[in-house]
Design a protein around this ligand. Sequence first.
Ligand code: S3P
Length: 431
Amino acid sequence: MSSTKILDNKNIRLQGSITVPGDKSISHRSIMFGSIAKGKTTVSGFLLGEDCLSTIDCFRKLGVDIEVNGTDVTIQSNGIDKWEEPKEVLYTGNSGTTTRLMLGILSGTHLHTVMTGDASIGKRPMRRVTDPLRLMGAKIAGRENGQYTPLAIQGTQLKAIDYTMPVASAQVKSAILLAGLRAEGTTVVREKEISRDHTERMLKQFGANIEVREGVVSFEGGQQLHATHVNVPGDISSAAFFLVAGAITPNSEITMNNVGVNPTRAGIIEVLEKMGADMEVIEDDHAAEPTATITIRTSSLQGTTIEGEMIPRLIDEIPIIALLATQAKGTTVIRNAEELKVKETDRLSAVVAELKKLGANIEATDDGMIIQGPTPLHGGHLQSYGDHRMGMMSVVASFISSSPIEIDDTDCIAVSYPSFFEHVRKLKNEI
Ligand code: S3P
């Protein structure tokens, strides 16, 4: 186990401004779209997190020229038809987005590829992607009939499908849409609950003609993407840790600028508002993705219910929302969140187990959790489970715990927020 940290943050307050790093979902997609399109795509505000670096590594192995200069990236591609068959296995690290979206992309190429990731990826379900892709004619082989990595893909000519999503998942939706780019006919994806729409927005940005209305996305296969510039906004899923930290740590005030507030991602803002947080959200001009400057102050909070269509809009924020709820007055109920069980780790069990160690009043249910508050938290020895968001939730808990918190394996935080501890140091003031 690497990088155990002992955090003694008693008597601190958090004050100041930070710019959170680029959005992970949009950074991945900028590399994928820029590699599919022929020509030069430029990206600014790219997230240099380990997950997005895995995506860059995979496309370099396919012969795409990608240069990284700080958070600016230049992708020079001869187009998807000119990708080279990689001699090596494509390694997707800890990244579910890389693995699932690449399955969709690679299925419709002329290439044979093999993809694998780390131990966590090896346990994450892939049939949710390989099943619809096989309906499109994809040739994919893998453990347990294509459920688990390593996966071998023999690219082929695909045909479009009309698919109703059985789970709310932007990764599944995006894999089908990206496969649809190379398919004969009109691809249609129907969602009961709307998941993040970055792929749809970026398809438009790269010049594709795509129709989106009331949970139905459709577009004609065979369209060419046109290289362009992508400006990646700050990641609201990273900002979420400091939104909660600012709300629950005494005498705090934190401002974050350029935070992506795409409505399909901004559920945490609605939850903070419903719970009574002292917060200001000032929206900037709308570009391909809307952004805002957000200020949060120490707040007196009320419990709430989080369920239904809101869940996909804050799915990655549930660990930190659970910590928030331990400091809110009354009961917070989280329902319909069974997808948490198949994230980087089983986040439902992990969140409940770790917060209990600190004295929280929290119980798991079949599809979520029930939290009573407010409860003072004490110190303890926590696990990150190698999951970046569990690691950051534990660090934020140390801002309000009455004694030190020891956390095993905090290196994993670099998956989505490499400058996290630097930002903690910047905001932290001793009282
Ligand atoms: C993502 C979609 C979500 C999210 C993940 C990133 C994406 O996963 O949890 O962190 O970039 O499309 P699901 O598609 O499994 O819901």
